[in-house]
Design a binder for this molecule. Sequence first.
Ligand code: FAD
Ligand code: 2HG
Ligand code: ZN
Length: 459
Amino acid sequence: MIASSPELAKALRNIVGHEHVLTENDLTTGYSVDWTGRFVGSTPIVVRPGNTEQTASVVKLLNKYAIPLVPQGGNTGLVGGSIPMSGEVLLSLKRLNTVEPVDGLALQLTVGAGATLAETQEHVRNHNFEIGVDLAARDSCTIGGMIATNAGGINVLRYGAMREQLIGVEAVMSDGTVIKHLEGLEKDNTGYHLPSLLAGSEGTLAVITKARLRLRPRLQEKVTALIAFESVHDAVEVATRLRQQLPSLHALEAIFSSAMSLVSSHIGTQVPIGPNGNAWLLVEVASGTDPFEEFQQALENCDDVIVDVAVAIDDRSRGKLWRFREQITEAIAVIGTPHKLDITIGLARLEKFINEIPEVVKHADPNSSTYLFGHLGDGNVHVNVLGKDGGEPSNVVESAVLSYVASLGGSISAEHGIGTAKKSYLHLNRTSDEIRFFRNIKKALDPNNIMHPNCLLSD
Ligand code: FAD
Ligand code: 2HG
Ligand code: ZN
């Protein structure tokens, strides 16, 4: 049987119900284009199982005929990993969206892979808890996609990335077997830790159907500040000082000049401070008790290099400051189709990187524009590059930036993953021995190579 055969559609309909198998072009195209519009694929068939058993039966059937599949959650991934680029079957997990009652004793939650981050947040906040990972795509991205990409976001410096939130998973393996560890045992050294392996596996090893997550206390007292600097050097220095001095540090984000000009015109609001600055930090502290004084003291300790500060205490004003950071991705998308590079550099070389990278990009494509922003507290910079008139930049840009990152000992993917976009650069960070072991793991878990075969590892 082949992916486009009517027999396959019929067999899948028998498993998930008629309306959850889509074959018409106008129904499947939305699943075949990524959030940025850069990655456009196609699929003969979209399957939307409604529970774990259906998911297992679908995967078992596809495995029987060696038909490749691409798992998809909210389709907000930024590395072309959620798109069927080679005509694979598209397995949409969005219907697996059950959010179970909060386990207030264990401080944990079991949640379906298709639940969005926002609906999961809303559920746990009603019980005074938080999910440890938060990101601007929260209304659409799913828990399964976040695990599969080991998503990072704005609170990694406090709680770690998605892997650190994960205590257990339920997953469908390539032959349709369901593996389930949702007991939520904090200590459990009984062999290989499958949840850790699946975090960051980008759909290439198994389909995640449920997750057991740690919950964090909901910190009601928050203060947010936008801080302006004359130079990247000063911003990086203050970032380090704040990390040392602020136990309540919750987020430490950066916006550099071209990204700041763009976002301020996109949201129609002038930068409230340091309009001619070169770098801004958006810093948030959060605690059970009012962290204002601690924050104020730390800022005073840095007043030799701070140009200006805008502080917000209430939710509305804090939200206004966050727009300068969270709307950058959208502001860039309005202009065109960027190449998105998502890198980490050790703090010692971060200033050099931020100052030099616009030149590296210009050298590779003289007509390009570069926008820099990111999660400075983790050394994570998002380098977005647009080509002439908002078109895609020359492909040379990607290799120039990523080779430069690797030469500084940095990572070519901090939090978005490898997907299809970066797989030809994996060798910049991983030795051929490591890649050989990656392949061995993939082969052992997916001997027929049906689980997202075009993602992460090159042919
Ligand atoms: P998808 O895009 O659908 O899929 C992503 C990958 O996971 C694919 O390889 C897919 O095959 C696989 N996958 C999806 N579901 C499953 C499953 N159930 N089982 C197995 N594999 C699966 N990312 C960050 O890390 N930090 C950020 O701060 C951040 N901010 C963002 C802001 C915006 C505005 C946007 C558009 C994106 C942002 N992202 C960020 C990227 C994206 O939101 C994350 O990568 C997110 O984790 C993807 O979740 P998703 O459900 O949309 O997954
Ligand atoms: C963010 O931190 C996201 O805002 C998106 O990771 C980054 O658009 C990007 O490149
Ligand atoms: Zn990010």
